[in-house]
Design a protein. Structure first.
Length: 459
């Protein structure tokens, strides 16, 4: 927020090209605040300001920038500047940069890395997309299992500089296999003569390198850790994932789920960085499915066209009834998708959810149906609009709302369970899909109830 508050002052310095004053001002600022200053600037100005930053600060600020702005800045940097920037970046952040840059820029970035950094980047990029291997950093500290607590502290002092975190230390054998982890605080408080393998302060938890994003996020939620080790199929420690990377991953996962709930495929890049072609491709699939679904609604209404022709007013209640069912279904599916995501419910709870939502649907449907009935009974021109049997019309509308809302609520709550059981993402049970399904059945319920009650009574 500080960057935004001081932005007018920085704008004045930029306009005056007072680079010395800008460099001095950036010296005492947090990297996140520096990012706020330069994020809205055109590429030529943001690149100039970026070059003013000290080498270590530049790497930290760069990690806050959007992928699009990162790419623009990379294209303006010389080979030596680019190499310095990449050397200062955390390996996991460098990997995500390489994934998001255009192919030609990525090639240039890889050629600027030292042999060791290049091997590290290629190793990280070799893991499946969205897996733990893509988010881990190899900048961790291990200690041999044959050390005492006192020797381990000396080892940390000698080798801990520049590591991602030393709050947690990882004990490995001579082949690099993970034996245990120990908190630095426990190591400091232990008897100096105690072997590190005998310090048991908590259960060892590790993540397979091939674990997907949703899985390793759940590990952090369950075990409440600030960092977790990542191992290969042989139990060898290959990296760690820290909580800041998990927050980024959780945000990406939530963004994808929200986009799917809206009835589209998840975007692979930020909105403004996604091309029109990609945007259409991500959206047209579900829109086509929903459009075809709506055709069944038209077919259902065509089946009752004779009844509509004899009582035209029946069609005026179609949007009211169908939207009530769609809205109740959307509410239910949103609630259950989120409950499944945060593990408030599991597959075995489907019958409890069905019972709760059936009761909720009946209660909500009764309330809304009563409102519909009262609206018709109390309308000043009820006999002119609906005929002498207006009370029966009100009953038909009320019962239809009761049925459609109950069906919509049950349908919306059970679809996520069905998709999870089939091994699919419950977020795919999007609100538009549920609404379309309820549209078809809602029309059938309404016209079936209406024709049953009103046949012989003006129909």
């Amino acid at each position: 927020m500080l960057g935004n508050l001081l932005k007018p002052e920085f704008d004045a310095l930029i306009a005056a090209k007072d680079w010395d004053a800008l460099r001095d001002a950036f010296t005492d600022m947090d990297p996140a605040d520096v990012d706020e200053v330069i994020e809205d600037l055109p590429p030529e100005e943001s690149a100039v300001l970026f070059r003013l930053l000290p080498r270590d600060t530049a790497a930290l600020v760069f990690e806050y920038l959007s992928p699009h702005q990162q790419s623009e800045i990379v294209e303006t940097l010389g080979t030596e500047q680019l190499k310095n920037l990449l050397d200062e970046m955390a390996p996991d952040d460098r990997t995500r940069l390489l994934e998001e840059l255009p192919a030609e820029v990525t090639k240039r970035v890889l050629t600027s890395l030292s042999p060791g950094e290049l091997a590290m980047a290629r190793s990280l990029l070799g893991y499946p997309e969205k897996s733990a291997g893509r988010y881990m950093t190899p900048e961790y500290l291990t200690i041999p299992g044959n050390l005492s607590a006192g020797e381990a502290l000396e080892y940390v002092r000698a080798h801990g500089q520049g590591r991602e975190t030393i709050h947690v230390l990882y004990i490995v054998d001579d082949k690099g296999r993970l034996l245990d982890d120990v908190r630095l605080a426990s190591l400091v408080l232990a008897d100096p003569r105690t072997r590190v393998t005998d310090i048991h302060d908590r259960q060892l938890v590790s993540i397979p390198a091939t674990a997907d994003r949703e899985e390793f996020i759940s590990y952090f939620e369950k075990y409440d850790r600030v960092a977790l080790p990542v191992t290969d199929s042989q139990g060898v420690l290959v990296g760690i994932i820290t909580v800041d990377d998990v927050l980024d991953a959780a945000e990406e996962e939530a963004t994808e789920d929200i986009q799917r709930i809206g009835g589209m495929e998840a975007l692979e890049a930020p909105y403004l960085d996604s091309g029109i072609g990609e945007m259409m491709r991500k959206r047209v699939g579900w829109l086509t499915v929903l459009f075809v679904g709506q055709m069944f609604t038209a077919t259902a209404m065509a089946y009752y066209e004779n009844a509509i022709a004899r009582a035209v007013f029946l069609s005026s209640f179609v949007p009211l009834i169908i939207s009530s069912g769609g809205n109740s279904g959307s509410q239910a599916t949103s609630l259950i998708i989120r409950a499944l995501a945060v593990r408030d419910v599991s597959l075995k709870d489907w019958w409890r959810v069905a019972a709760r939502e059936a009761f909720s649907g009946l209660a909500l449907g009764f309330f809304l149906g009563l409102l519909g009935l009262l609206r018709i009974l109390m309308w000043p021109e009820r006999e002119t609009l609906y005929g002498p049997y207006f009370a029966w019309v009100g009953v038909a509308v009320g019962l239809s709302v009761l049925g459609v809302v109950t069906f919509g609520t049950l349908c919306g709550s059970m679809l996520p369970f069905l998709l999870r059981r089939l091994g699919l993402d419950p977020a795919t049970a999007s609100a538009p899909f549920v609404a379309t399904l309820v549209d078809v059945t809602g029309g059938v319920i309404y016209f079936t109830v209406a024709t049953t009650l009103l046949t012989g009574r003006g129909l």
